[in-house]
Structure formats: structure tokens, C-alpha cells
Design a protein around this ligand. Structure first.
Ligand code: SF4
Length: 369
């Protein structure tokens, strides 16, 4: 089956490794078989979108990138004193950290595997020492369908009470203690991936009879406060995201089942002509939703398809859920006109009522107060 996945990717295309963002996006749209098979086969989706003629709008501007880096450096300056203070203020973890007293171990090593090994040693040592420790850009490994994915959170804080906290430092603002809900949701899904990778390290420590840490189910989100460059933090509950991502990862092993249903010879090789690639991509069912625009490189292609088919999900998942058995805009409008649909279906009945009220209002003419 590995050979089939390699064929799907294309003979000369190296597999695209899964990173935390890709794994988090799987959790954002768990029902999408198209994304599951493309990620499982390691297809470079940004290059695929380009070949399809619908390049993704992903990527930060150079300005935003530099601003993000400067903010992160500021948050971690002075041996992470401010970051540890924020961690303690939001989540506790033992006595308040004294400025300059925290450990910041050197995590450098050759290659991602070496860095992941070095991070694990540092986590074990910090937990045994019971001292405030900042792991700056540690490397974590997570088994994904039998292959390790290497992940690099912004930081992990080890507290004296043996708790480990994932830290995400973002450049979007936190205004009056609250940040944009969609961006916080994306950060939570990404943090959940790191939490799962830390769970694996904790399980190995427990198996070795070492002091078992507690991997917190709250990540620390650090953002600029009210458009300044001062840091503000909040604890984000990632329990739900952990459960969804764990379930998605276990389903990823079924990618091979999806691949087995595809016609022989089908390939997503980005070197193929656009019409051939489009037919190959369209052979795998997708579940497009506007959320894809912030999470998947194929979003513009899938949106075009969903709109062309008049799919209700193109207008949002909640609307699709509200309309029950109706799946297209055409069906919905026909139901509202009373031309189609089961009148006993509550969604159809509500649409007919709304359609009748609209017709009544239009017949009566609009009156201004
Ligand atoms: S953009 Fe397309 S492939 Fe990506 S998750 Fe959405 S529906 Fe699936």
C-alpha cells in the first residue's frame, strides 16, 4: 500500500511531512476524505493547488512575519522571565518563579530526530529537578499512521509541580482579555497536537518508572495586549481539540482504505496537466466549508466546486446543519416555494412558512415607520 500512496503522490515527488498546522487542520474538517488521502499520501497540497490553477492564499506577509518574530523574542527575553510569570499567573504550577532563576536548556542537535531526542532528555531532567524550566522551540515527535511527524511548538514550560504547559505565541491582538475566536480556535487545535505529542513522552517516562508529569489540557496563549507589544496571556482549554485530533489520527490509518477505492492509475502528481489533476482530485469526495479557507491549501478549488454544485455547505456548516435533509441551494429554494420537499420535515415546514411570510410582506408592500 505504501507503493500505492507513492503512486498517488507521483514518482518524483518527495512526501510532504505533516506538521502541527496540517494535523490541526485535519481536526478542523474531520469528515473530508479528500484531505485525508492527500495528507496520508504526503501530496504537497500547495503545489497541487497551484497546478490546478487555484493557488492557496496561505502565507504571512513579510511584515507580519517579522512583527511576530519580534514579539516572540520579547516574550522570551530575560531567560523567559515574563513568560514564566504569565504561566504562573494563569495556571499556577508551584511557587512564583524568581526572575532569572529559570532553566533554559540548550536543545540543539542534528536533525529533527536528534532534536526530538534532546527535547525528551530535557523534559525528563526538568521534571526530575522540579524547577521552572523553559524549553524554547523544543522538537516533539508524534506517530502519524506509523510515521513520525516532527512538531515544533513555540515553547513548553515545565513547572516545579511537574506540570507541562504548551505555549503558543501569536501576533494577533488580545483586546480587553479576548482575542478573535476563529484565531483562538486555530491556535487551540494546533496546541492540541503538541499536547498529544507530549502525552507520548509522558507515557514513556511512566513506563520507565520516572516521576510522571501532568500534561496540562490548557495551553497558554500569549498575544500582544490591546495593539501594544506588551504580552497578555490566557489559558485555552484544549480538551475537546485533543479528543478530536486523537480520533482523526486513528482514522488516518484508514487512508489506505480510501486509497484502495480509487481507480487504478489515478495520481495527484503535480507535474500532470491541470484537467487531469482536477479529475483526479474530484474523484475523492470532499466536505467543503468556509472554514477550509483558513486551514487547507485546496480551499479555493473546493469552494469553486461546491459553489458550482450549489452545495449548502459552501454557505456554512451551521446553515447546512439547520436544514437537515436538504443539501443544495436549489432544493432549499424549491422547498421554500413549496415546490418540493417533505412537508413533515421540520426544516421544509419552516422554509415554507418563511417563504409564505416573505410573499405576504412583498404583496403588502414595504412600509417605512
Ligand atoms: S479545502 Fe477541500 S480538501 Fe481541504 S479540507 Fe476543505 S474540502 Fe477538504
Amino acid at each position: 500500500m505504501r507503493q500505492r500512496l507513492a503512486e498517488l503522490r507521483g514518482p518524483d515527488v518527495p512526501p510532504q511531512p505533516l506538521d502541527a498546522r496540517a494535523l490541526a487542520a485535519l481536526a478542523a474538517n474531520p469528515g473530508c476524505r479528500r484531505r485525508a488521502v492527500l495528507d496520508g499520501a504526503g501530496v504537497p497540497k500547495a503545489a497541487l493547488a497551484q497546478s490546478l490553477g487555484s493557488p492557496s492564499g496561505f502565507g504571512q506577509s513579510q511584515f507580519a512575519f517579522m512583527r511576530g518574530h519580534a514579539f516572540e523574542a520579547r516574550v522570551k527575553s530575560d531567560g523567559g522571565a515574563e513568560l514564566l510569570r504569565l504561566t504562573h499567573a494563569c495556571l499556577g504550577g508551584g511557587p512564583e518563579p524568581e526572575p532569572g532563576s529559570a532553566q533554559v536548556p540548550d536543545l540543539s542537535a542534528a536533525g529533527p530526530r536528534g532534536r526530538a531526542g534532546r527535547t525528551e532528555i530535557a523534559l525528563r531532567e526538568a521534571t526530575a529537578a522540579g524547577a521552572w524550566t523553559l524549553l524554547d522551540h523544543p522538537m516533539l515527535a508524534l506517530d502519524v499512521a506509523g510515521t513520525p511527524a516532527f512538531l515544533e511548538p513555540d515553547a513548553v514550560v515545565v513547572a516545579p509541580d511537574g506540570t507541562w504547559t504548551v505555549v503558543e505565541i501569536k501576533s494577533f491582538p488580545m483586546i480587553d482579555g479576548a482575542a478573535d475566536a476563529a484565531k483562538v480556535g486555530a491556535a487551540a487545535r494546533q496546541s492540541a497536537v503538541y499536547v498529544l505529542a507530549l502525552d507520548d513522552v509522558a507515557a514513556r517516562m511512566a513506563a520507565d518508572g520516572e516521576r510522571a508529569p501532568e500534561v496540562r489540557r490548557h495551553a497558554l496563549l500569549v498575544c500582544p495586549k490591546d495593539f501594544s507589544n506588551l504580552p497578555a496571556a490566557s489559558a485555552v482549554d484544549v480538551r475537546k481539540q485533543c479528543a478530536v485530533t486523537r480520533r482523526q489520527l486513528s482514522r488516518l490509518t484508514r487512508v489506505e482504505d480510501i486509497a484502495a477505492t480509487l481507480p487504478p492509475g489515478l495520481t495527484f502528481d503535480v507535474a500532470r496537466p491541470a484537467d487531469e489533476l482536477s479529475a483526479a482530485v474530484d474523484a475523492v469526495p470532499a466536505t467543503y466549508a468556509p472554514e477550509c479557507l483558513a486551514a487547507c491549501e485546496l480551499a479555493f478549488h473546493c469552494r469553486e466546486q461546491a459553489r458550482a454544485r450549489g452545495e449548502l455547505t459552501a454557505l456554512g456548516r451551521s446553515l447546512r446543519a439547520d436544514l437537515g435533509s436538504l443539501t443544495t441551494i436549489e432544493e432549499t429554494l424549491a422547498a421554500a416555494r413549496g415546490d418540493a420537499g417533505d412537508p413533515d420535515d421540520p426544516a421544509v415546514a419552516a422554509l415554507r412558512r418563511a417563504g409564505a411570510l416573505r410573499a405576504e410582506a412583498l404583496a403588502g408592500g414595504a412600509r417605512c415607520p
